[in-house]
Write a protein that binds this ligand. Structure first.
Ligand code: AMP
Length: 190
């Protein structure tokens, strides 16, 4: 089972992915987490992406596709992946489809977490105060939201056309959203 958690920044994708890890045999593949780890390690990749991420812009497709490709065998061995924050562009989605196809797999379900913009701004302000994550500052967040609307939202019709997109109201409590995702996953399992 390969699942994409889809939605704007601060929609709750990471929170829900981590919760799913506890209840399902899947691996979380978060390109944001991988990039933050690269920055923390001081690697050449980390140095290359640090400024881009801090500004809230997207790093190149090439970089994130390579990060995902590296982790696919591990996800496959575990029984599937929860893609969190990837793909974010049509090119990434096409690359993912190809990589999975090459392994005889596919995306089984795309769960779109629907959260309205004012709620996102409020959530991210809270997260910034709590964690101090550099790109949660109001200026960068504006850029991230714009990147989502311009580059990532066009993936919705892409997955709709594949027939595996479902929408979940992401405005509810963490538990309520989790229940809705569980229901969708169980239905997808048939
Ligand atoms: P996230 O933790 O998913 O919100 O990602 C944080 C930041 O990492 C984003 O604002 C981008 O700068 C970068 N990033 C993460 N995933 C991707 C991706 N799939 N494509 C491009 N940039 C990404």
């Amino acid at each position: 089972m390969n699942l994409i958690l889809f939605g704007p920044p601060a929609a709750g994708k990471g929170t829900q992915a981590k919760r799913l890890l506890e209840s399902r045999r899947m691996v979380q593949l978060s390109t944001g987490d991988m990039l933050r780890a690269a920055i923390a390690s001081g690697s050449e990749l980390g140095q290359r992406v640090q400024g881009i991420m801090q500004r809230g812009e997207l790093v190149s497709d090439e970089i994130v596709v390579a990060l995902i490709e590296e982790r696919l065998p591990e996800a496959e061995a575990a029984g599937g992946a929860i893609f969190d924050g990837f793909p974010r562009t049509i090119a990434q989605a096409q690359a993912l489809d190809l990589m999975l196809k090459g392994r005889g797999k596919r995306i089984n379900l795309v769960v779109r977490l629907r959260v309205d913009d004012p709620a996102l701004v409020e959530r991210v302000a809270g997260r910034f105060a709590e964690s101090g994550r550099a790109d949660d500052n109001p200026e960068s967040f504006k850029v991230r939201l714009a990147a989502y609307n311009a580059q990532t939202a066009p993936l919705l019709p892409y997955y709709q056309a594949q027939g595996n997109l479902i929408e979940v109201d992401g405005m509810g409590s963490i538990d309520a959203v989790a229940q809705a995702i569980d229901k969708a996953l169980d239905a997808a399992h048939g």
